[in-house]
Design a protein around this ligand. Structure first.
Ligand SMILES: Cc1cc2nc3c(=O)[nH]c(=O)nc-3n(C[C@H](O)[C@H](O)[C@H](O)COP(=O)(O)O)c2cc1C
Length: 198
């Protein structure tokens, strides 16, 4: 199954063909080099003042950490994410050594994940990001201090188009991908005048 993005002009296949599946191959194991390539892609992302605020906790299926991350997922995510080869907690260092908030940390960490998912696509792997998890439980389980903000858990693995999914997930898996039109994303270059009250 392909769910290639419909674009007004061609974009690179790594971007057009990436999507977030829920059907993962339960037998697939993520090799050390494959995992390292994903983390290297993230490591080389740009960041404000090269601060590199992204942090990752990797848990392969079968690890104790995997059980802990899985237990923290929202039930809707537990319905499918356990089949992925690994779960990766993504956190950002949102408070610096001096105790000051790091205003770009979340932005930068999102960029690192964008690089990671593009590398995964290039390597024939699939990634599905999940914000639906219990951040307090993850903080407590892994002893994350207040300088770290857990953001998402990534399901990483090989897609399985034949994986059985409960409804409505099966329908979502088959549904075409959709986006707002490009025109919705463009802010007017000249501010529209706001009518003043009479
Ligand atoms: C920050 C973030 C949180 C997300 N949380 C969830 C989630 O908890 N469960 C889920 O099934 N998908 C989740 N997604 C996946 C999005 O729903 C998905 O990326 C979006 O619908 C676009 O689909 P596509 O990635 O296939 O293009 C999340 C994505 C992001 C970036």
């Amino acid at each position: 199954m392909h769910k290639t993005a419909s674009t007004t002009v061609p974009v690179h296949p790594l971007i057009a063909e990436r999507w977030s599946p829920r059907g993962f191959d339960r037998a697939h194991e993520l090799g050390e080099d494959s995992l390292t390539a994903l983390l290297e892609a993230a490591r080389w992302a740009p960041s404000a003042q090269n601060s590199q605020p992204w942090r990752f906790l990797v848990a392969r299926r079968g690890d104790e950490a995997h059980e802990q991350l899985f237990a923290a997922l929202a039930p809707g995510n537990q319905a499918w994410a356990g089949a992925a080869s690994a779960l990766v907690l993504v956190a950002a260092r949102t408070v610096g050594d001096d105790g000051r908030p790091q205003p770009w940390a979340l932005y930068d960490t999102g960029q690192a994940v964008a690089a990671l998912i593009t590398q995964a696509q290039a390597d024939g792997l699939a990634v599905h990001q999940m914000g639906g998890f219990d951040t307090a439980a993850v903080r407590a389980e892994f002893g994350l201090d207040g300088t770290l903000t857990p953001i998402v858990i990534l399901a990483v693995g090989r897609r399985d188009g034949a994986a059985e999914l409960p409804e409505p997930l099966a329908a979502r898996e088959a549904a075409p991908r959709a986006r707002r039109p490009l025109s919705d994303l463009l802010l007017p270059a000249v501010a529209e005048s706001v009518p003043t009250a009479a």
